[in-house]
Every structure is written in structure tokens, then in C-alpha cells.
Design a protein around this ligand. Structure first.
Ligand code: HEM
Length: 431
């Protein structure tokens, strides 16, 4: 039923998270490693052992680091998104897509996916047809080929990846993103209409607080995130806001028309705040909710600061954007993963690790599985093992020294060696 309904959605079929079989297939192709402690530990305790020296039976266990495709596929998808950006200049609408998927989050609802948020629900017709999402079908059309190419990534991740890549490629800050979001699977799971902000409410500041506080965001984050309007345009035929065209938009790039908030609307910087503050050009857009950032005393503190200090804006924006992108998301693994550290970049492999001999303090319940410690498999500097330390100590002590203090010099022996050397040289000279 879910699949049938999904297929009937305007654009996008199936849509579930990668199935376990997809995941297994990507393991075979050697992608991101993810440890599976419980599984390997079970195998170990079922007793694959070999006899060791001195009667101890160290058991060998195979640590199978499960490769999840997402990291490698997401990285490739990121490159494809960059290509699309270069040719279509769709940065703004991709940012709006990511934000409208996550911005439906309601912190007062615990259950997923009822709570809304970054769960890929925006690919389904019922949500796409919400008034606030007018125009976003074209964003989906742009990135659907990427989704088709990488079946191991979810829509929820792809939306946020596309948005983050667009910000970064437009000259914005590096965003501390994480991935691993799970998709909802059926249109019935979409959030109800009305959770996104309205651009022209009666009391704009109050409205912004009502909507963003519901998402768990604060005044600083409201102002910083509004700075995303440094990119893009508003179009009367979509939201109803803005002029059909201005001197800044009549020639594109991309599809011409609409009214932008800034003159260089494909460049991510702090000009949104500067331009609203200076009100320098009637050709530039200021929505009632944008104006509220300089009217409301609490918002104004941040808006003024960002108008003066782009670095401060970038820092706060990066944090707020990453937070927004995680709202309501269910992550697998629960902590998510980054594309920018090398933890996920190792090929699939198996390591054979000798378990310590069973200890007697387990009350006969058998050896306890050792918790997985990622650092153990890193290439960072390692401490010497106790056994190795003892061995080194024994060798030093056999020679009359200790690893903690240098051996005393044997002066008599040194003098004899020097005399012998001189005698040898003298005899050579004589000959
Ligand atoms: C603060 C409340 C917000 C309101 C009331 C609002 C409203 C709007 C409206 C009316 C448009 C024009 C859409 C169209 O006609 O195509 C728009 C566009 C846009 N919004 Fe917002 N928005 C808000 C917050 C945000 C946030 C938090 C972000 C991102 C973090 C964002 C990113 C964008 C972008 C990039 C566009 C340009 C889209 C394009 O050029 O196609 N907005 N917004």
C-alpha cells in the first residue's frame, strides 16, 4: 500500500531507506565502515578458539566492520550536486528545499515521524502541495537523478546534503553536517500543513518565535538562519511575494525573474543584513518577517552584529544550519556520521583480534563481549602494551640499566677501547 501510494506521488516513487539488502550489497563494494559490536561479540563467545602457549586459550574473533554505503555515496553525490550548481545556479532553491523538509519539526511531539523534521517527507505529494512549498517541485526534479544514481542514500540526507553544498559553494561557511537520516516511507506520514513560517503575519516577531521556538530554536538562530535570504529570490507566482522581476534578476542567471533580497543573490555573505539595515534599494526585497529582525529589540542585537561582522554571522549561521538540518531526524547510526573525517573512509576489511583469556569474575556467565573502541583501529600514536614494557625493562635491567634512567657508563671499558684503537692506528702508521 505504501509503495503504491508512493508511486502515485507526483515525482518520486518508493523512497524507503536503503534496505538491509542494499546495505549488504554496498558492503560488498567496499564503502564506509561501521562497527557492529554486538554481532561480532556473539560470534566470539560461541568459541572460535585456538590453543595458545602455556595452556591459555586465546580466542580469535573476526571483527567484521560493516561497511555502510552512505558515506561514499554521499561524497559522490556531493560532487554531482556541485556540477548541477555550476550549470543551473540552483543554490537558493536547494537551500529552501532542505529547510522546508526539516522546518516542520515539532519538539513537543516525541514520536518519529509524527514530530516532522528532516525525514524526506517533502518528496511526497501531500507535503509538496502545501502552500509554503510552492515551487519546490522543480528542486526535486533537479536532484531526483542523483537519488536514482545513488540508491544507498536517503532523500532526507540528500536534501540536507544539497542544501549544505549549495551554501558552501556559494561562498558560505563550512557547515558541520552529519548524515545517516532515515526516510519516512509513505505519504500518510507527512506532517500536517501550517508548520512553516508565514512571510506576512500580523505580528511578525511573535510569529517567528512561535514557529521557531516550536522547532527548539532561539532568537539568535532565527536571525542567523534568516540570513540564508542572502541567496535567492521570491516570485509572485510561487509564494505571492516579491516583484515579477528587478534589475538584479531580469537576466538570471538561471531562470530570470523574481525579487532578490540582495544584489548578488548567488553569493552567500552578510549583505542581507547590510541591505535591510541601510534600506538602500527599493529593488531589493524585505519581507515583513525580514524587517522584524531589525524592529524587535532582541532580534536586532544579532541583526546589527551580523551586518557589521560577517565572521560572526558565518560562525552562528554554520551552527544554526547544522542544527536545523538535524531537526526531528532519526539517524542510523544514532549518532550520525560526518563526511569530512576519515573514520568512514576505510575499505571493508576483517581484522583478527586475539581476545584476552576468559576471566573468572563473570559468575559463570561466560566471557563478556568487549565493547567496540573505534580508536583501537585508528592509526594514531599508540601506547606500548604492558607486556612490551615489561620486556623492555627486563632487557635494560639485564644490561644493568632501567628504561627510566640511562645506564651508567663503564669508564674503564671506554678507556681500554680508546687505547686499543690508538695502538691499532699507530701500528698502521708504522707499517
Ligand atoms: C524566517 C522565516 C522565513 C520566511 C517567512 C521565509 C519566507 C520565504 C519566502 C516567501 C520565500 C520566497 C519563495 C518563492 O517565492 O519562491 C523564501 C525563499 C527562500 N528562503 Fe525563506 N523564509 C524564512 C526562513 C528561511 C530560512 C530559515 C531559510 C534557510 C535556512 C530560508 C531560505 C530561503 C531561500 C534560500 C529562498 C530563496 C529560494 C529561491 O530563490 O528559489 N528561508 N523564503
Amino acid at each position: 500500500m505504501a509503495e503504491r501510494l508512493a508511486a502515485s506521488a507526483s515525482l518520486l516513487p518508493s523512497a524507503a531507506s536503503p534496505s538491509s539488502s542494499t546495505r549488504r550489497a554496498t558492503v560488498a563494494s567496499g564503502l564506509r565502515l561501521r562497527p557492529s559490536p554486538s554481532r561480532f561479540s556473539q560470534a566470539a563467545s560461541r568459541g572460535r578458539g585456538v590453543a595458545g602457549a602455556a595452556g591459555v586459550v586465546p580466542r580469535l574473533r573476526v571483527v567484521r566492520c560493516m561497511a555502510a554505503s552512505e558515506a561514499a555515496q554521499l561524497k559522490s553525490a556531493r560532487e554531482d550536486i556541485k556540477e548541477i550548481l555550476k550549470t543551473t545556479y540552483c543554490h537558493p532553491i536547494l537551500v529552501r528545499l532542505g529547510w522546508h523538509d526539516s522546518g516542520t519539526y515539532d519538539k513537543n511531539i516525541e514520536e518519529w515521524p509524527q514530530r516532522g523534521g528532516a525525514d524526506g517527507s517533502l518528496r511526497f505529494d501531500p507535503e509538496l502541495s502545501h502552500g509554503a512549498n510552492a515551487g519546490l517541485t522543480s528542486a526535486l526534479k533537479l536532484i531526483q537523478p542523483i537519488k536514482d544514481k545513488y540508491p544507498g542514500i536517503t532523500y532526507a540526507d540528500l536534501f540536507q546534503l544539497a542544501s549544505a553544498t549549495a551554501i558552501e559553494e556559494a561562498g558560505g561557511p563550512k557547515l558541520p553536517m552529519k548524515y545517516g537520516r532515515v526516510d519516512i516511507t509513505a505519504p500518510e506520514q507527512c506532517p500536517p500543513e501550517g508548520r512553516l513560517p508565514d512571510a506576512g503575519p500580523r505580528l511578525p516577531a511573535e510569529h517567528l518565535r512561535e514557529v521557531f521556538y516550536r522547532m527548539g530554536l532561539d532568537d539568535k538562530e532565527i536571525v542567523a538562519l534568516s540570513g540564508a535570504h542572502t541567496l535567492g529570490r521570491s516570485r509572485p507566482d510561487r509564494s505571492g511575494w516579491g516583484k515579477p522581476e528587478t534589475k538584479y534578476t531580469k537576466d538570471g542567471p538561471g531562470e530570470p525573474g523574481g525579487q532578490s533580497w540582495t544584489a548578488e543573490w548567488l553569493k552567500f555573505d552578510n549583505s542581507y543584513f547590510k541591505d535591510i539595515k541601510e534600506q538602500r534599494d527599493q529593488e531589493l526585497l524585505v519581507l515583513p518577517t525580514d524587517a522584524a529582525l531589525f524592529d524587535d529589540p532582541s532580534f536586532k542585537v544579532y541583526a546589527e552584529k551580523y551586518a557589521e561582522d560577517q565572521e560572526a554571522f558565518f560562525k552562528d549561521y554554520a551552527e544554526a544550519h547544522a542544527k536545523l538540518s538535524n531537526l526531528g531526524a532519526k539517524f542510523d547510526p544514532p549518532e550520525g556520521f560526518s563526511l569530512d573525517d576519515d573514520k568512514g573512509a576505510v575499505a571493508t576489511e576483517e581484522k583478527v583480534v586475539a581476545d584476552p583469556a576468559p576471566t573468572s569474575d563473570t559468575n559463570g556467565a561466560g566471557p563478556q563481549p568487549e565493547p567496540f573502541v573505534a580508536a583501537k583501529y585508528s592509526y594514531k600514536k599508540r601506547e606500548l602494551s604492558d607486556t612490551m614494557k615489561q620486556k623492555i625493562r627486563a632487557e635494560y635491567e639485564g644490561l644493568g640499566g632501567s628504561p627510566n634512567k640511562p645506564m651508567k657508563s663503564n669508564y674503564f671499558l671506554n678507556i681500554m677501547i680508546v687505547i686499543a684503537g690508538l695502538a691499532f692506528l699507530t701500528s698502521l702508521a708504522g707499517n
